[in-house]
Design a protein around this ligand. Sequence first.
Ligand code: NAG
Ligand code: NAG
Ligand code: NAG
Ligand code: NAG
Length: 421
Amino acid sequence: MKSSPLTHIVLLSAALAQVASLSYPRAELLGRFQFKNAGFVSFFRNTSTRGVRYDMLVSSFGFLESDVAVVLDVGAQLKNVSAIKPISINKKMKWPNFVSGIPEQVLESKVPFIVIPDGFLVPGKEHGSLTLQPLYGGASSVISGTTGSWFYHYVQWVDMDKDGTLDALTCKAQKPLIGAYKTQMVWYKNPKDHSLSHPWPENVIASGPDVLFAFTKVNVSGSLREVIVTAEYFHPRIRIFWTKSTEQDWSKTALIQSRDIDNLSPGQGAPFDVIISDVNRDGNLDALITLNDPKNGTVLVYEFPEDFRSGTFKRHVIASGYAEETGSPNAGAPGYIELLPEKDESKKPSILVAGDDSGIVSILDPVKPTNPRDWNYKRTDILHTEKSTVGSARVADVDGDGRPEIFVSSYNEGQFYVYRI
Ligand SMILES: *[C@@H]1O[C@H](CO)[C@@H](O)[C@H](O)[C@H]1NC(C)=O
Ligand SMILES: *[C@@H]1O[C@H](CO)[C@@H](O)[C@H](O)[C@H]1NC(C)=O
Ligand SMILES: *[C@@H]1O[C@H](CO)[C@@H](O)[C@H](O)[C@H]1NC(C)=O
Ligand SMILES: *[C@@H]1O[C@H](CO)[C@@H](O)[C@H](O)[C@H]1NC(C)=O
């Protein structure tokens, strides 16, 4: 067949588009710096009279020694990324997970504090805790109980019993030598005087939730209801919890309700991360979830129905095909997700995916950014480590230049990658 001039133009512009996408990467690599067994990363935002700065919190998972470390004002150090050296602030933890800064109102303290959710099912690391410690050094305090080998990953600060103080909402899990996983969603009651000399009283919400969850408020027929969506990994399940208490007092355990958001069939993967946000900018909340699987991990969105207590959560698969490449037992992909900042309120945000054991970091860009009914996303892999687990990827404009940075932890390679988008 003789090709028409039109075909040539189409082919030529396709070729040009390809060149363009090669010369303008979705994310520009600023550099890498070393950090042995890199695990988690988060940012502690500091707004003072001198402006906004970001202290970067990192953790490592070592078989002999783990680390919690900080890079003060990381935005000031982007000129030579390879020279960044995190300063250790706690080497006594077993397996420090999502280390993060805590809101000032929690302890009403003059000095900034961080929370370290610790422990994992790796032999020798099972006995975890929720530990608080001052960012600039000082004694650490365990606020969770110390009995039983529970591990912790993540905390949200919420006034659960409406006494005016923020409590620690978390999930914990354990795997006894013999028998099934034990898992619970609990909260630790912040005492009126915020004392750290004893563990805080524990309140159990439910069994099942184990690692990650998201607390938020949803508008149902004009009133704001508190809900917790749980991504349950060990016995795969996605649930939503709420309370029938009129003052939304979660200490009244008999009034707590829950239902499944979806019935997951075996082989769909295990719920890993969950974020609640208006992902498609239609004015209603959505739950963005990763399903972690060895061969075909996915990213899903569930649209909240008008009434979450009874309606159907509509499901959309927005990315799939994540496969583990590390070959380690129980490996899967993907892991943590985050929305990229989008200044234009009419546009859907892009999504950052940390591929966990796939070694991939992707950005999912909406194909039709201003159409809430379109669920197509274009996946661009900005990193493929091949065999090194990328446990976390976090975004913040740490140098305030209007273009956010992405920090990626690469565990087996023992380093962080830093990108600008
Ligand atoms: C960046 O830091 C590395 C490690 O400290 C050093 O070897 C290198 O000379 C620095 N490069 C520049 C351009 O300053
Ligand atoms: C913010 O930074 C100042 C020093 O610039 C420090 O004194 C203060 O404790 C920091 N606050 C937080 C929450 O990190
Ligand atoms: C909740 O929704 C109602 C209408 O359904 C609206 O008038 C109200 O402003 C909303 N409240 C919040 C806090 O979003
Ligand atoms: C992976 O999962 C997606 C979404 O469930 C599905 O459409 C696709 O066919 C699956 N791929 C394979 C190779 O099974």
